[in-house]
Design a binder for this molecule. Structure first.
Ligand code: HEM
Ligand code: HEM
Length: 190
């Protein structure tokens, strides 16, 4: 029977829910540029759902961060090298910054946009204070810059998600239990 310690049930649910949403958002976000230019209502609908799921990720990620700060992660197996633990910690910190920072940058983009945004395609999404006062050229320039940051951040996350998956699968192949840290298990650290 496998007895590796694992993350708490809440941490595991949040990990997989946010992981699925982020992968869909990265793929969906990059595909949004191929929407047909002549179908304005479809474009508005897709963008509004992108924003809605992005805000949901923000809320879930804040909950996850708070949960993480008050619950210690399970200890690592002694076979895992010091530099690997350090690198994985750095990648995990990046993920937390990304999970919260990416939606906030998205929110900043729409706060400097000429177009209104609606959650669930219905509820108006308020602009961030401090950004709604920009007008004219300054607003357009800031909007472009924020769009570029949002895009670069997306490519960085894609690279690190691939690294994260490769590392998780590599360790799992070495010890046969590594992935169990994020999957249901007998012995939990609650
Ligand atoms: C968008 C995709 C993903 C994101 C943003 C993500 C993020 C994270 C974060 C932040 C942690 C650290 C948890 C903590 O200590 O608080 C973590 C751990 C983990 N993730 Fe992911 N993850 C993603 C996808 C995946 C996938 C696809 C796998 C499986 C192949 C996976 C397997 C794991 C495992 C096994 C751990 C525990 C690692 C350890 O304890 O050192 N993750 N993930
Ligand atoms: C973790 C959450 C999010 C992910 C992974 C994500 C991902 C992406 C990606 C990959 C793109 C395409 C890259 C680009 O053209 O800039 C994009 C574009 C965009 N996203 Fe997000 N996004 C997230 C959250 C949000 C939120 C919360 C909003 C607004 C409230 C938002 C608003 C936008 C807008 C307006 C664009 C088009 C930007 C432009 O054309 O310059 N995003 N997003």
């Amino acid at each position: 029977m496998v007895t590796t310690p694992s993350y708490t049930r809440t941490a595991r649910w949040l990990h997989w829910a946010i992981a699925v949403l982020i992968v869909c958002m990265l793929a969906g976000g990059l595909l949004m540029r191929f929407l047909p230019e002549d179908n304005f209502s479809l474009t508005v609908l897709v963008y509004n759902w992108h924003k809605t799921i992005g805000i949901l990720i923000l809320v879930l990620s804040v909950v996850r961060l708070v949960w993480r700060l008050i619950h210690k992660p399970p200890v690592h197996d002694a076979n895992i090298k010091g530099w690997e633990v350090l690198l994985s910690k750095a990648v995990h910190v990046f993920f937390y910054v990304f999970m919260i920072g990416m939606p906030l940058i998205g929110w900043a983009i729409i706060s400097t946009s000429r177009f209104p945004s609606k959650l669930f395609n219905v509820l108006p999404l308020a602009k961030l204070p401090g950004l709604r006062n920009y007008t004219g050229d300054a607003r357009d320039k800031l909007n472009d810059l924020l769009g570029d940051i949002h895009e670069v951040f997306a490519y960085m996350a894609i690279a690190l998600i691939i690294l994260h998956i490769v590392a998780a699968v590599k360790h799992h192949r070495e010890d046969g239990v590594f992935l169990r840290r994020m999957l249901p298990n007998k012995k939990k650290v609650d």
